[in-house]
Design a protein around this ligand. Sequence first.
Ligand code: AMP
Ligand code: GLY
Length: 428
Amino acid sequence: MGAAYALHVRVLVIGSGAREHALVLAASHDPAVTALGCAPGNAGTASVSETLGVDLADPAAIAELAVSWKADLVVIGPEVPLVAGAADAVRAAGVPCFGPGAEAARIEGSKSFAKEVMAAAGVPTARSEVVDNPAHLDAALARFGPTWVVKDDGLAAGKGVVVTDDLERARKHALMLLDGGHPVVLESFLDGPEASLFCLVDGRTVVPLLPAQDFKRVGDGDAGPNTGGMGAYAPLPWAPADLVDEVVATVVQPVVDELARRGTPFTGLLYAGLALTSSGPQVIEFNCRFGDPETQVVLALLRSPLARLLHATATGTLAEQPPLEWADGAAVTVVVAADGYPGKPRTGDVIAGSEAEGVLHAGTRRREDGAVVSSGGRVLSVVGVGPDLAAAREQAYERVGRVHLAGSHHRSDIAARAARGELSVSAR
Ligand code: AMP
Ligand code: GLY
């Protein structure tokens, strides 16, 4: 271990959500970290790291900040800068970067690209068709459903997808996207519980983290529209024991190998969003970065030093790292959202209790008078841990009960069915 701890790094995290708060918090516990910055950050990241300004949509500005701040490692949280080429710009400036270049980030940025890579790599996923001409829509819809799955081909912050048994609703959503100039992806419906598996990938080597589950719909019982994510838990007590090995072997490694073969290797976090169907895990989507809110629960259980792992990922040395260490037990996070979310959120409300343990910040900022106020749709991500899911849930909800934000809403059923043992994967 001695030699391994010679690493000293200044770490710059890019982003401003609860995912980034979880990343800087975990990095702050890593003895290898000598300085920690977060840009643009939020009121929560500011309590554990230096807050810096940057335009997330400007790769050159991110690279300039990395150089001027003398970062030894840049960790890019959100998909928007990655798809825009921020990791390429940072690497071109000579700074190691955790995050894929623009080419590999297309695995998230374009659903049709992801489908094409999966086909080339032989990865199981829903059957799909791209429609870019409204005149072809009805014939295409007839080849799917019921249930219809209609997606925006590009980035849509989790809100571009409609899953419905109502053909007219599917048709209207598709026409709305096409009218806006967005190609539409139609998919066959995948049945079975969903799981998210995050993998560190250094171009070749794949290191899986704990599997997690998130809750995308806004309301209890999965009612209402899709959101960026309203809560999550890890690990998955109901999942088959070989789930992670199977997903790495049948999904993640083949995609990593295919991207490397194309000369656009993936570096960073490859997120496989899966449906655990009766015929095995099938890919719903890939993301090219840590998921939010799953990161908040996965990192709550990680015992290995995070910055060292991210640095090893960025520098192609994952294979030399010791096996990951995890806390026993479980973690649950509940997202506290602003009034109006996932529509236009109300902002500027004072939040009470936001500095308590387990409270990660997303859309928050500190006002000049020192008060922490809401500044986005997902405002807080409150984390609880415990020896099992029931205990972690209890702690998370007890902590949610101590924060106050006028008009806020949260789901009351995060991890409830899993804690009651109601989830299972159909036998094959
Ligand atoms: P996505 O933005 O692709 O992650 O889709 C958002 C959510 O829609 C997913 O988490 C699923 O709950 C649901 N979904 C997407 N694609 C499918 C599919 N082919 N079958 C069933 N559900 C889906
Ligand atoms: N939790 C879903 C996402 O990060 O896209």
